[in-house]
Write a protein that binds this ligand. Structure first.
Ligand SMILES: O=C(O)c1ccccc1N[C@@H]1O[C@H](COP(=O)(O)O)[C@@H](O)[C@H]1O
Length: 221
C-alpha cells in the first residue's frame, strides 16, 4: 500500500476526568469519546459527560459511544452532551443509528475474520449501514464488549469501502506506528492502551501515543 499525504486523526475514548480531556486537547487529539455502554468500566452518566463537554476546548469533537442503549438514553445524551458524532457498538441497525440527527460511526467486531473476504465484507457493511459516516474496526468478537485491548489481524481490514475507517482494538504507544503504516486508516481510536486503570488515562502514554502516530504520518513508506 502506498502512503498518502494526510494526517491520521486521533480519538481518545473512554474519558472520565476533565484533566484527561484537557491534556488530550493540548496534545492535538481530534476527538474524545464518552462511553454510555452498559457494563463498561468507563461508563458515564449524561450529567458527568455534560460537565466535561462544557469545559472542552474548541475544534475538538465529542463522540458519544453506545452499545444497545435505548432510544431514550441516546436522546438524553444528545440533548445534554451535544456530541458531534455518535458511535454504536451493538446490534443497532442503520435506521436506529441515523435517527438522532447526528452523524454516526458504526463499530465493527473484527476478531476471527477471513483475510480473503475483505472486499465482500466491505460490500456487506456498505449495504447494512448506508448512513454511516465511517466504520470503526475493533478487536473484539461479535457480541463481545469493546474497549478490552484486543488486537485483531490487520490484514482483514475491508478493502474498497469508499468511506473513512477508524482503526481500533488494542492500540498502544508501542504498536500504533505499525498499525498506521500497515492499514493507512483515516483515524485511530484507543481506550485501554493509554490507561493506567480502566477509565484513568495515563498522561505519558497519551503523549507517546500521539508522538507515534505523528511519526508514522511522517514516514516515507
Ligand atoms: O471503551 C469501552 O468501554 C467500550 C465499551 C463498549 C464498546 C466499545 C468500547 N470502546 C471502544 O473500543 C475501542 C477499542 O478499545 P481498546 O483501545 O482496545 O481498549 C475503543 O477505541 C473504543 O472506541
Amino acid at each position: 500500500m502506498s502512503k498518502t499525504l494526510f494526517r491520521t486523526r486521533i480519538k481518545f475514548c473512554g474519558m472520565t476526568r476533565a484533566g484527561d480531556v484537557r491534556l488530550a486537547s493540548e496534545l492535538g487529539v481530534d476527538a474524545v469519546g464518552f462511553v454510555f455502554a452498559e457494563g463498561s468500566p468507563r461508563r458515564l452518566q449524561p450529567e458527568e459527560a455534560r460537565a466535561m463537554r462544557n469545559a472542552m476546548e474548541p475544534l475538538v469533537d465529542a463522540v458519544a459511544l453506545f452499545k444497545d442503549n435505548s432510544a431514550d438514553e441516546v436522546r438524553a445524551v444528545v440533548k445534554q452532551v451535544r456530541p458531534s458524532l455518535l458511535q454504536f457498538h451493538g446490534a443497532e441497525d442503520d435506521a436506529f443509528c441515523k435517527g438522532f440527527g447526528v452523524p454516526y460511526i458504526k463499530g465493527i467486531p473484527m476478531r476471527g475474520l477471513d483475510p480473503t473476504q475483505r472486499a465482500q465484507h466491505a460490500i456487506q457493511l456498505l449495504m447494512k449501514y448506508p448512513g454511516a459516516s465511517a466504520f470503526l474496526f475493533d478487536g473484539h468478537a461479535e457480541g463481545q464488549p469493546g474497549g478490552t485491548g484486543e488486537v485483531f489481524d490487520w490484514s482483514t481490514v475491508p478493502t474498497g469501502l469508499g468511506k473513512p475507517f477508524v482503526l481500533a482494538g488494542g492500540l498502544r504507544p508501542d504498536n500504533v506506528f505499525d498499525a498506521v503504516i500497515s492499514t493507512l486508516p483515516w483515524g485511530v481510536d484507543v481506550a485501554s492502551g493509554i490507561e493506567s486503570a480502566p477509565g484513568i488515562k495515563d498522561g505519558d502514554k497519551m503523549r507517546r501515543f500521539v508522538e507515534e502516530v505523528r511519526r508514522a504520518d511522517c514516514h516515507p513508506d
